[in-house]
Design a protein around this ligand. Structure first.
Ligand code: LIP
Length: 291
């Protein structure tokens, strides 16, 4: 048996293998960032702004992921948020975020994740790549959300059995609980706040959890009904994109439902509200971004 994934044939057995590798390495990195978190964790450096922080554990966790993937999948490429990464010749690229929700991790807030996704295509070029297997691990709660293309979306807690997750069923947009996030640059946050003023009056409420990977997995599990955010990188969204899609969510980008999620706009929601929600966030973002 093989699965056609956007023109590239991947054997079903290979997808099972990739999902298992994602689960193992994300779980292992999750243990590292919890068990070896320094008592006095500080900011090792910053990136795009003074609030875009990197801790020593971000780099250590990514180095751990790179080493584990090199052992398990030596021919695959790796693209990570932090320094490092490598080329490969297998056609598979691992897109990894060693700590998604770094600020939560820095403050000790229990909403951060290790996201590991096997993708085909070029993850540095939006719209040209797709995740085919993934795991998103919250090492504090012990939750591991995982999926492979065509295999459904699952959640395992600790060493328990995986159980299927499916999206929520809000009856209308006004009853939808919506998660979102904001960038690190003040100018970006200014127009993102304007987008929020258009969304907030039309939905049940907003949640800002602080990790895109977990936000997308919460759409998959029905713990929120929808999510949108601009400014994400491939590593923020790759794992959650597959989990949400396999759980039955509609996932889209600035060009609407089915368009690839990207830095311009990433959104996911329960099918019942997809038309209204997709129109709302794409129109508001197109109108206000960069304003
Ligand atoms: C975070 C995202 C979150 C976003 C934050 C930040 P990081 O990723 O997961 O959704 O709102 O601004 O980008 O930087 O913690 O890997």
């Amino acid at each position: 048996m093989s699965d056609m994934t956007d023109g590239i044939q991947i054997a079903s057995a290979e997808l099972v293998t990739l999902e298992g590798v994602a689960i193992d390495v994300a779980t292992s990195a999750g243990r590292l960032i919890v068990e070896e978190r320094p008592a006095h964790l500080g900011v090792a450096s910053t990136k795009s702004s003074a609030t875009d922080v990197v801790t020593v554990m971000d780099q250590r966790a990514q180095d751990h992921l790179l080493g584990a993937l090199a052992r398990r999948r030596p021919g695959d490429a790796v693209l990570g948020e932090e320094q490092g990464g490598r080329a490969g010749d297998s056609g598979i690229t691992w897109v990894v975020d060693p700590i998604d929700g770094t600020v939560n991790y820095l403050y000790g807030l229990p909403a951060y994740a290790v996201s590991v996704a096997a993708v085909i295509g070029d993850p540095s070029r939006a719209g040209t790549w797709r995740p085919v297997a993934a795991a998103v691990v919250n090492p504090v709660s012990g939750e591991c959300f995982h999926a492979r293309r065509g295999g459904g979306a699952w959640r395992r807690v600790g060493t328990g059995l995986s159980v299927p997750v499916t999206v929520g069923h809000p009856r209308r947009l006004g009853e939808a609980l919506v998660a979102t996030g904001f960038g690190y640059a003040a100018d970006t946050r200014r127009w993102q706040a304007e987008v929020l003023t258009r969304v907030l009056p039309l939905v049940r409420d907003i949640r800002r959890l602080g990790s895109a990977a977990l936000d997308l997995c919460r759409v998959a599990s029905g713990e929120v009904d929808a999510y949108y955010e601009s400014g994400l990188n491939a590593w923020d969204l790759a794992g959650g994109w597959l989990v949400a899609s396999e759980a039955g969510a509609v996932v889209g980008g600035l060009q609407g439902a089915g368009a690839a999620p990207s830095a311009d706009l990433t959104w996911a929601c329960a099918p019942e509200v997809a038309t209204e929600f997709g129109l709302l966030v794409t129109a508001a973002t197109a109108d206000l971004r960069g304003a």
